[in-house]
Design a binder for this molecule. Structure first.
Ligand SMILES: C[S@@+](CC[C@H](N)C(=O)[O-])C[C@H]1O[C@@H](n2cnc3c(N)ncnc32)[C@H](O)[C@@H]1O
Length: 276
C-alpha cells in the first residue's frame, strides 16, 4: 500500500481561506475551515511524499496520533478528552522520516468541529435522547459524539467514518474517556444504510455539496424509517436550514486558524419532526 500525506502550513491555510472567502459572500455561513483543510491538503500533496515499508496498521497510526496530538477537552464538552491537534503541535509538518510515504485524507479527526461539539453538548445535557438506544454517529471524526452518546447511556453506538485513521482516533479517544463503541469504515451513504438505529447523529457534515446531498438523502431515509435524526451544524455552505427544526443553540469556541473566528454560532437541529 502506498500512501501520500501532504504538508499543511498556516500560510497555505490562510491563502486558501482568503480565496474561499472571496468566493463566498457571507463569511459567517461559509465553510472556510473545512474547505481550507481539504484544499490545502490536496494542493500540497506533492510536497510531502514519503515511502513506508509496511502498510500503516492500527498500531502505527495510533502511535502517530499519540505523538502528534494532545489530549485536550473540546471547549463545549470539557468533560471529554480527545486527541486533538494543538497549535503548538503542527501535525501537518512532520518530517519525511517520521511518517513514511502515506496518502491520507485531511485529518478531520484531529479537530472537534463546531457542529460535533454542539451535538455532544446537547446529548450530554439531554441523556434521555439516547438512554438505552442504538445510536449511529455518522462521519464520526474524533468520535466526540459517539463518546457523548455512550456517556449519556446509549445501549449501542456505532461510529462510521470512511477515513480509517479517524477510526483509530475514535478508538484512542474512546479509551481515553473510559468508553467503548463500535466503528465501521463502510460508506453508509453509498447504500443509504442507516436504517435500524433509534438515533442518528450528524455532526458537521454539510461542508461539501456532494457530501451534503448524500447526507440529506440518508437523513430523509432514516427519518422515514423512524430514527430520531439530530444534526449539529454552524450552517456550513450546504446546510439546508429549512429542512430541519432547531432544538438548541450554542456559541462554540473555535480557533482563528481553522474557522477564521473565535466563536462559531452553532445549533442542533432535528430532522423531520417538530422540536421538543
Ligand atoms: C468535518 S468532519 C466532522 C467530524 C465530527 N462529526 C465532528 O463534528 O467533529 C467530517 C467527517 O466526515 C467524514 N466523512 C466524509 N464522508 C463520509 C462518508 N461518506 N461516510 C462517513 N464519514 C464521512 C470525514 O472523514 C470526517 O471525519
Amino acid at each position: 500500500m502506498r500512501l501520500v500525506v501532504a504538508r499543511f502550513t498556516h500560510a497555505a491555510a490562510l491563502a486558501a481561506r482568503t480565496s474561499a472567502a472571496s468566493r463566498c459572500g457571507n463569511r459567517e455561513l461559509c465553510c472556510l475551515s473545512v474547505a481550507a483543510v481539504r484544499r490545502v491538503w490536496s494542493r500540497s500533496r506533492i510536497s510531502w511524499q514519503m515511502r513506508m515499508k509496511n502498510p500503516p496498521g492500527g498500531a502505527s497510526w495510533a502511535a502517530f496520533i499519540r505523538a502528534n496530538t494532545e489530549l485536550l477537552p473540546p471547549p463545549l464538552a470539557p468533560e471529554i478528552r480527545l486527541h486533538l491537534a494543538a497549535e503548538s503541535l503542527p501535525i501537518w509538518q512532520k518530517t519525511e522520516d517520521e511518517l513514511g510515504e502515506i496518502n491520507v485524507p485531511p485529518p478531520y479527526w484531529a479537530f472537534a468541529w463546531a457542529g460535533g461539539q454542539a451535538l455532544a453538548r446537547y446529548i450530554l445535557d439531554t441523556p434521555s435522547l439516547v438512554v438505552g438506544k442504538t445510536v449511529l454517529d455518522l462521519g464520526a471524526g474524533s468520535g466526540l459524539q459517539a463518546i457523548a452518546a455512550v456517556k449519556a447511556g446509549a445501549a449501542r453506538v456505532l461510529a462510521a467514518d470512511i477515513d480509517q485513521i479517524a477510526l483509530v482516533a475514535c478508538g484512542l479517544n474512546a479509551a481515553a474517556n473510559g468508553t467503548a463503541f463500535e466503528v465501521t469504515a463502510k460508506d453508509l451513504l453509498a447504500g443509504n444504510m442507516a436504517d435500524g438505529f433509534d438515533v442518528v447523529l450528524v455532526g458537521d457534515l454539510f461542508y461539501e455539496r456532494q457530501l451534503a446531498e448524500r447526507v440529506l438523502a440518508l437523513v430523509d431515509r432514516a427519518v422515514d424509517a423512524g430514527s430520531d435524526v439530530l444534526i449539529g451544524d454552524p450552517q456550513r455552505n450546504y446546510f439546508p436550514k429549512d429542512r430541519f427544526t432547531e432544538v438548541a443553540r450554542y456559541e462554540v469556541p473555535v480557533t482563528r486558524e481553522l474557522e477564521d473566528a473565535l466563536i462559531k454560532r452553532t445549533a442542533v437541529w432535528r430532522a423531520g419532526r417538530a422540536s421538543g
